[in-house]
Design a protein around this ligand. Structure first.
Ligand code: UD1
Length: 368
């Protein structure tokens, strides 16, 4: 990462609520530091945020209330608006006490109050959206923004009257430096010589995908092993289903994602944008099963980008059975040419310098 020639900046980054917002925020904060700037990360009080941020002790975090929008006609709308107003006031105080030069929101309704507060205080404001179909909160927040950063090209169409910059989605530095396959296998107590399927449902796990994968794992041949990240909530249930299978390692929340990618020959995953970005950087073939209830079906739109490029097989959850999963995983794992073709297509979608692009765009906008 290059050191910036600009004066040191202080950037407030709102990135709470889910790993898909938090980790890109952390990646930008690391990159800002490397370029000589300072960052304060606003995360939510949710367990997933505390767990995921725990090891980044060198970064500055501040907790704010998570804000999630209820349906428009819901009686919970009034408390939601009250929370927004309260959060905007809290954000103004944090912006002033940190002395922020600009505010960056990484998505979700938790980003709206800080970005709004920043714009009210006359600061430059930015949002980043990593999905092919942006979140409604980001489309709303973009009204208070100087510039919109997007992770995937199709998102541009949703911000017709905003200045957009295609930056890709920032990824934590450790994902750029995967350990060796042997080291990774040792970390999980698995065999480096065996072909490995990594199952991940995103930062909060995926119940139905967990069930389908655990049942499929029991039908796979012995020479294939499974590293199954079940999510903290579903861990006990999945661990019990898979207990009798020696080739299956089940984890709750995994804080060793670089090792998980280093060992994987194939990933079976939901299609959250950060997971996809990491899979593309690591260059791994994937089977993508979009979360069927994701807002505006954005996970299908994300998965389509990968499937259309030949990097992934896209299969909807309603069409998936454990038997289909066994046949699909086996056909990819047993065909080296297909695996290499998919891996190469995945790599071609990666934007390795996404965090630098975000930082450079912020510096350029704030330059005197
Ligand atoms: C259900 C849902 O609506 N999820 C959305 C949520 O992402 P969500 O947090 O579900 O998932 P993503 O796939 O985007 O990101 C997961 C992140 O968590 C990390 N990780 C995951 C599991 C684990 O055990 N350890 C760990 O570190 C991954 O490495 C990755 O960095 O926000 C994303 C960004 O707007 C969207 O694209 C997703 O669709």
């Amino acid at each position: 990462m290059s050191k910036s020639a600009n004066k040191p900046l202080k950037i407030l980054i709102a990135c709470g609520g889910t790993g898909g917002h938090l980790f890109p925020g952390i990646a930008v904060a690391e990159c800002l530091r490397a370029r000589g700037h300072d960052a304060l990360l606003l995360i939510s009080e949710k367990k997933v945020d505390s767990e995921a941020s725990a090891k980044y002790t060198h970064l500055k975090f501040e907790r704010v209330q998570a804000v999630a929008k209820p349906p428009t006609l819901s009686p919970r709308m009034l408390p939601f608006l009250w929370k927004l107003w309260h959060a905007a006031n809290h954000s103004k105080k944090l912006i002033r006490s940190f002395g922020a030069d600009a505010v960056l929101g990484m998505g979700g309704f938790t980003s709206l109050p800080p970005v709004y507060a920043g714009s009210k205080l006359g600061l430059k404001t930015f949002i980043h959206d990593s999905n092919a179909r942006p979140g409604r909160s980001n489309v709303l927040t973009s009204r208070f923004c100087t510039q919109v950063f997007i992770g995937m090209e199709p998102a541009k169409a949703f911000f017709p009257d905003r200045e957009t910059v295609l930056t890709g989605t920032p990824v934590r530095p450790e994902i750029h430096n995967l350990p060796s396959r042997e080291e990774a296998a040792e970390r999980f107590g698995l065999d480096p010589a065996k072909r490995t399927i990594l199952v991940t449902g995103g930062s909060q796990g995926a119940q139905r995908l967990n069930e389908l994968c655990a049942e499929a794992a029991a039908k796979l041949p012995e020479e294939i092993q499974v590293l199954h990240i079940a999510g903290a909530k579903d861990y006990p249930r999945v661990a019990e289903i898979s207990a009798s299978r020696p080739n299956c390692k089940v984890l709750g929340f995994c804080d060793q994602m670089p090792s998980a990618y280093a060992l994987a020959d194939l990933v079976v995953a939901r299609s959250g944008a950060s997971s996809l970005t990491e899979i593309s950087l690591a260059g791994i073939p994937s089977i993508l099963v979009p979360y069927p209830f994701a807002a505006d079906d954005h996970q299908t739109r994300n998965a389509e980008v990968f499937a259309n490029a030949g990097a992934a097989e896209l299969i909807q959850q309603r069409d998936l059975t454990p038997e289909k999963l066994v046949s699909l995983t086996s056909s990819i794992l047993n065909d080296l040419q297909t695996r290499e073709r998919m891996a190469q297509a995945a790599r071609a979608l990666a934007v390795p310098d996404a965090a630098d692009r975000v930082c450079a765009a912020i510096e350029a906008t704030l330059a005197p």
